[in-house]
Ligand binder design. Structure first.
Ligand SMILES: NC(=O)c1ccc[n+]([C@@H]2O[C@H](COP(=O)([O-])OP(=O)(O)OC[C@H]3O[C@@H](n4cnc5c(N)ncnc54)[C@H](OP(=O)(O)O)[C@@H]3O)[C@@H](O)[C@H]2O)c1
Length: 214
């Protein structure tokens, strides 16, 4: 299975390398695929990894992971070419953040979300919001803090969510499906809570667990 990862930040690098570790072929996409950062990632991720432009990575992936800075996400999608997403699963890891007086804060919420925005930008794709509310390291090692972090996902296509769940479970993530893509308003709000706790605690390694009977 080929996965295109759009984004060369912490998330793109961690998810990309870890997916190579699971046996996937991964092409990471960047505006500058020849940068030293990208070359270093390919050397680190090793067998099964490659790099290209956003367009090349989107065309390569049978599944596409969107891991771009929110302010550049629409541009990254435009550079990648909407046609390269058509009919594919797009795992949206982004958070619609802007700079606030006390650090990053949500730019939208309540009546819209980043997940819905991405689905509107890519109407022919099956967008699944996942992984956005945990730090990159926990996306692939949910047990890192002693207890296992829950992963909330949402999206409109049930089969797409099942395929994404298989990937998440391969990393040991317990998955809670919240429903349609509009539920990204909640999973992105969790990021707001995650950031607020980081601001007041000075610690950025924390995650969420739903205490429940089932
Ligand atoms: N860091 C975390 O632990 C974490 C956890 C959960 C969710 N997230 C979310 O995941 C996303 C990625 O986060 P990150 O920390 O890995 O990296 P980031 O610094 O937020 O984003 C890096 C990527 O965004 C692209 N980008 C920036 N401006 C762009 C523009 N104008 N046009 C096109 N592309 C642009 C960069 O492209 P180039 O490669 O071309 O420079 C780079 O690949 C964010 O939305 C973030 O909120 C992050």
């Amino acid at each position: 299975m080929k996965i295109g990862v759009l984004g060369t930040g912490q998330v793109g690098q961690v998810l990309g390398a870890s997916l190579v570790g699971l046996g996937y072929e991964v092409m990471i996409g960047s505006r500058d695929p020849n940068s030293q950062k990208v070359k270093d990632w390919v050397a680190h991720a090793a067998g099964g990894s490659s790099a290209g432009t956003f367009e090349e990575a989107a065309a390569f992936g049978q599944i596409i992971i969107l891991a771009t800075q929110w302010a550049g996400t629409a541009n990254a999608i435009e550079l990648a070419g909407a046609a390269n997403f058509a009919g594919k699963i797009v795992i949206d890891v982004t958070n619609p953040l802007k700079d606030g007086p006390n650090g990053p804060e949500l730019a939208i919420g309540f009546s819209d979300s980043g997940g819905e925005t991405v689905q509107r930008l890519l109407p022919a794709a099956k967008v699944v919001k996942a992984w956005n509310h945990v730090p990159a390291a926990l996306m692939v090692s949910p047990h890192l803090l002693g207890e296992t972090a829950d992963m909330f996902i949402c999206g409109n296509d049930a089969a797409a969510k099942q395929k994404v769940t298989i990937i998440l479970k391969a990393f040991g993530c317990p998955v809670i499906d919240l429903g349609g893509i509009e539920q990204a308003r909640l999973t992105e709000a969790l990021t707001g809570l995650w950031i607020r706790y980081m601001v007041i605690s000075g610690n950025w390694q924390h995650a969420f667990k739903l205490i429940r009977k089932d």
